[in-house]
Design a protein around this ligand. Structure first.
Ligand SMILES: *Cc1c(COP(=O)(O)O)cnc(C)c1O
Length: 495
């Protein structure tokens, strides 16, 4: 197996190169040029393994230039001691057919931990192969969840420095505290006076500045990326969908006609991983793509036209407030039959006009695979309240969007076969909104809200959130947006 670029198939690299480099030189994304197919025998083998065993079995197929020992080392390191009860992805059955796949039992209480606990191991193993011993410098611009998950994953990883920039007024109080109190010798956090776009642009400018790259090289350092365009973040996500299927089999669930998967979607990374699991032989019927009121993907699935020229809404499910879903590019490559020219044209149209329309054949395939739906904040809150009062199940705002769209799907299609719903964050990360859905009471501080939520719902506060109450703030630096480069140099002790 090799990795090719979605915009130019003649570019072929190894897994290590794809992960170390993050993105192809001409802007395309790396995808495997062939996918392993799992047979009945494979599923028999997988069923009896624990999560780490399943991860090793599956990821070996994708890490073509890693040795077996290297794969084992990466997976043991990532998933030992970092998730509640050593269970990275447990399922809660709610009602008759809703299997809620809880992906938030890791150190930062969001599903990004599943990938970002592993990525540092994959990246350091890769850079050793292709970057001859240079120190890796990870720059991250974040609006909240990714920054914390990346910090937690990369803390104290040898030969690595990580710097996270976040907009000083653009993250929630809990997210800010999570980042500012981050432990680790190689971590650096800086708030900037500006919004998320300023942080993102600043990071991109530093990444692509040749003088900066030369200066890093002089100091035996090299930049890399931890965001979801990196294949090293997608591969770990395929594992939990295959693992969920194994858990359904283990439970003796009847799935001759397949099952559905619902994913609350922003950048299209998580639902793309579910599609790859289907491609590898997991009997998935429909992939249900759930959006909040930033419903660019719902419209795309229904019409074949992707159009980001619309109002941007700030919602109570902020990790899905996004109008450019960067991983959709990989899906377009699939739907067009690996047509790199077609993908390059669509992406060019997106950057020039903010829109593109796919061909009829692509649209037909898209609609066969996916069903799209959306809901607003009011419906999100109502859904949290409903699942709590009817089933005693408490979910966060993003998961509630998924559950709401799941109900719309059943109503529209009558298809009520077994369904896996990706639950992407702990309700305690969005305590204020969640509390308002289940109680009249209101907290006057963030931690009072958290405590009230626990009392009112009789659920436990996750340990990483509880620990934050007494956490010491380490990072107080706020810099101007044009001072980001000097913040980088100073963090790396380069002058
Ligand atoms: C990042 C995130 C999402 C969106 O996932 P994508 O892979 O970007 O589609 C959904 N929910 C939560 C809580 C997230 O942090």
């Amino acid at each position: 197996m090799n990795y090719v670029s979605t915009r130019d198939k003649s570019i072929k690299v190894t897994a290590a190169k794809a992960i170390a480099q993050g993105i192809s030189v001409e802007g395309g994304l790396f995808v495997p040029d062939e996918f392993p197919f799992l047979t009945e025998k494979d599923f028999e083998n997988l069923k009896v393994l624990d999560y780490k065993g399943r991860a090793k079995y599956i990821l070996k197929e994708f890490l073509n230039d890693f040795s077996e020992e290297e794969v084992d080392y990466c997976i043991e390191g990532a998933y030992t001691g970092s998730f509640d009860n050593e269970q990275p992805a447990p399922i809660s059955l709610v009602g008759k057919n809703a299997n809620i796949l809880e992906l938030w039992h890791g150190p930062t209480c969001a599903f990004k931990d599943l990938a970002l606990q592993l990525l540092p191991y994959l990246l350091t193993t890769s850079t050793k192969k292709v970057n001859d011993g240079k120190k890796t410098v990870i720059l991250v611009a974040t609006s909240g969840d990714t920054g914390k998950a990346a910090l937690e994953g990369f803390k104290d990883v040898p030969d690595t420095e990580i710097l996270v920039f976040y907009p000083s007024d653009g993250v929630s109080p809990m997210q800010k505290l999570q980042m500012d109190s981050q432990a680790g010798e190689n971590v650096h956090v800086c708030a900037i006076k500006g919004n998320f776009d300023d942080a993102q642009t600043g990071v991109k400018n530093i990444f692509t500045d040749n003088a900066v790259k030369a200066k890093l090289a002089e100091n035996n350092m090299l930049f890399s990326s931890a965001n979801s365009i990196n294949w090293g973040r997608l591969a770990p996500q395929i594992v939990y969908y295959i693992s969920a299927y194994c858990d359904l089999l283990e439970r003796g669930e009847e799935i001759q006609d397949g099952f559905n998967i619902v994913v609350p979607t922003g950048n299209f990374g998580n639902i793309l991983a579910a599609y790859y699991a289907k491609k590898m032989g997991v009997p998935v019927n429909k992939l249900i793509c759930a959006s909040n009121i930033n419903n660019v993907l719902t419209d795309f699935i229904n019409t074949g036209k992707y159009d980001r020229n619309r109002k941007f809404h700030t919602t109570i499910s902020p990790s899905m407030d996004i109008l450019i879903s960067s991983n959709l590019e990989r899906m377009l490559f699939e739907l067009s039959g690996n047509n790199d020219k077609e993908v390059a044209e669509l992406q060019a149209s997106l950057s020039k006009n903010g829109a593109f329309t796919v061909s009829d054949s692509v649209k037909e395939k898209l609609q066969n695979l996916f069903w799209g739906g959306c809901c607003d904040d009011e419906a999100t809150i109502a859904t949290i309240g409903k699942y709590f009062s009817e089933f005693g199940y408490l979910c966060d705002t993003h998961t509630a969007v998924a559950l709401n769209v799941y109900e719309q799907y059943i109503q529209n299609t009558g298809d009520d076969r077994p369904t896996v719903i990706a639950s992407t964050a702990s309700p305690y990360k969005f305590a204020k909104s969640v509390l308002s859905a289940v109680s009249e009471k209101q907290g006057d501080t963030e931690f009072n809200t958290v405590k009230l939520l626990s009392e009112e719902t009789n659920t436990e506060i996750p340990a990483p959130i509880k620990a934050l109450e007494n956490a010491k703030v380490r990072f107080k630096e706020i810099c101007e947006k044009d001072e980001m480069l000097s913040a980088v140099y100073s963090a790396l002790s380069i002058n």
